[in-house]
Design a protein around this ligand. Structure first.
Ligand SMILES: [Zn+2]
Length: 79
């Protein structure tokens, strides 16, 4: 990794509120082929990561969206 990259703070977007946060403040999730959300606490899961901020409102909406995700084939908690 180039030296200048080490000074850059990685930023990711919360999938619920779509605000941007330093990656370290976010919880990472991946999705199984079945569409289940998998908490990726160690950030070691392969595939695309989805990030959720620590806001209680976002976590609640994410939990609801997760419950619907199989039927809707996508995240629906933001609406
Ligand atoms: Zn959020």
């Amino acid at each position: 990794m180039p030296a200048e990259m080490s000074r850059h703070v990685p930023v990711r977007m919360c999938i619920v509120c779509r605000r941007r946060f330093p990656k370290v403040q976010l919880s990472r999730y991946t999705r199984s082929p079945q569409g289940d959300w998998i908490p990726d606490e160690n950030r070691t899961q392969p595939g695309r990561g989805w990030y959720l901020c620590s806001s209680p409102g976002c976590r609640e909406r994410f939990a609801r969206g997760r419950a619907n995700s199989r039927r809707n084939k996508g995240f629906s908690g933001a609406s």
